[in-house]
Design a protein around this ligand. Sequence first.
Ligand code: CP
Length: 307
Amino acid sequence: MPTEFKNRDIISITDLSKSDILHILKVAEDLKKKPRPDLLKGNIMASCFFENSTRTRLSFETAMLRLGGNVTGFSNADVTSIKKGETLYDTIKIIGQYVDVIALRHPLEGAAKLASEATDKPIINGGDGANQHPTQTLLDLFTIRECQKKLTDLKIALVGDLKYGRTVHSLAQALVHFGVRLYLIAPNVLQMPNHILDTLKLSGIKFSMHENMESIINKVDIIYMTRIQEERFTDKIEYERLKDSFILKTEHLKKVQNSMRIMHPLPRVNEISPDVDKTKHAYYFEQAKNGLFVRQAILGLLLGKLN
Ligand code: CP
């Protein structure tokens, strides 16, 4: 049984049990089939984005608006009193007195946890540094199930920047619930952090680490490409060396499984050649669209309007 959602924070994907995750996906599926334009009438979400975003911010805001709710907030901390020296804690404490729910993105790991200590209103982590991006994982799982008709017994390759990519941290931690086979494909210096590898080992799921994708991609059901996270590098020369480590091109797709689908949390820079978009394997734009329904489900559940 899923735990009560009303007033919960979603800081890490590990805050959610398998049944919580499956329940959110079910509610999102219902909302995708049947819109609920008045569900959140009278509710207000603060959209507090201290770091750039297109999909997460706009899909949260659109989710709220399409459910009949309202949105306030900012997409640039420079317009807030943070600029005058106010702390994140005080900022969130104040905003929590105005609104019903807060979606937060921040460049520092742990910022969402700190925010949750400042207010009783639900905090939804829209990405904290290189740490976690739990709502991205929920839309990723929704999308995997949508395109593969199941979440179990799948072979999934996570490719790119597994060190700094918060989406793959959350996703790997969630996939342990579903008995998948994972291939972690990254340059050695950008491999998955040890604490996530420890979770995978403890869970007993099969996984292996690789530096090349060519030998793997013909046997997987999902290739999950990621961007090399330039903004997390302190050494720009190192970024330049690694930035084009993996570029997926149509020529790589000649022997892949017919049903294989390519995902990417986006934005992409150079990791997927644009001509791949026209192939039947490309599923990243549908993936981004699903963010709307999954974030609607999360808002409806945390605000106690869905159960
Ligand atoms: N996937 C994702 O988090 O995209 P944005 O950075 O545009 O929100």
